[in-house]
Design a protein around this ligand. Structure first.
Ligand code: FMN
Length: 212
């Protein structure tokens, strides 16, 4: 079986954001884990319109939507990296989620949140409520970075690598259990009651150099 692809999605797009720091760290952990091909996706690289598509089934999606959709479709598993804004996840993530259907479908989704004393856990719990719609499976494991400004040094390295590796490994172990099974199911077992096409992973798609 081809190596499954893990897409790690940076969900904050504001200037001076913290989001890329835990995303890059987790990408390195995923490389070390060795079960996935890793694609680090930054939503700041995609000018996704908040105004979603209309009702014309032949309407052309904006270029940024098409480009991001190809990368999402190539994924067999997702980790969404989310800030907490007013106790919930970012509008950038909601926009990215709402532009797509089949690209999320029948894939496992896990989360990294970061915030004050809650570690942004409310963002994860709010995100979990979305994914049954596609349907996608959210994992039991997650990473919530409490008082996140204390967790990484100025070079983006974890202050306590060993402590952070434990939840990272749990997330990666769980995703690597689901990913091949759901890929097989996507390809071979029609899901009941699906009212849109499941977009299959395009395993041989090249990740553009500018995105890595
Ligand atoms: C609009 C807004 C709302 C916020 N609300 C919360 C909050 O409810 N809880 C919290 O712990 N931090 C909150 N924060 C602080 C963020 O956790 C902090 O700014 C963090 O750096 C945001 O992630 P980012 O830098 O990747 O955008 C908020 C920040 C912003 C900009």
């Amino acid at each position: 079986m081809n190596t499954p692809t893990l897409a790690i999605v940076v969900g904050s797009i504001r200037p001076d954001r913290f989001g890329p720091t835990p995303a890059r760290w987790f990408a390195a952990e995923a490389e070390r884990h060795g079960t996935f091909k890793v694609d680090l996706i930054d939503l700041a690289d995609y000018d996704l319109p908040m105004e979603l598509g209309g009702n014309d089934p032949d309407g052309e999606p904006p270029t940024a939507v098409t480009a991001l959709g190809k990368r999402l479709a190539a994924a067999d598993a997702f980790v969404l990296v989310t800030p907490v804004y007013n106790r919930s996840y970012s509008a950038a993530l909601k926009t990215a989620i709402d532009w797509f259907y089949g690209e999320w479908a029948l894939r496992p989704v896990s989360f990294i949140s970061y915030g004050g004393f809650t570690g942004g856990l409310t963002s994860i719990e709010h995100l979990r409520g979305i994914f049954p719609e596609f349907p996608a499976v959210t994992t039991k494991s997650f990473i919530a970075l409490a008082n996140f400004w204390k967790t990484f040094d100025h070079d983006g390295r974890p202050v306590d690598s060993a402590a952070l590796r434990t939840p990272a490994t749990e997330v990666l172990d769980e995703l690597s259990w689901w990913a091949p099974m759901l890929r097989d199911a996507r390809e071979n077992r029609p899901y009941p009651g699906m009212d849109f096409d499941v977009v299959p992973a395009e395993q041989h798609q090249e990740i553009p150099a500018w995105a890595t």
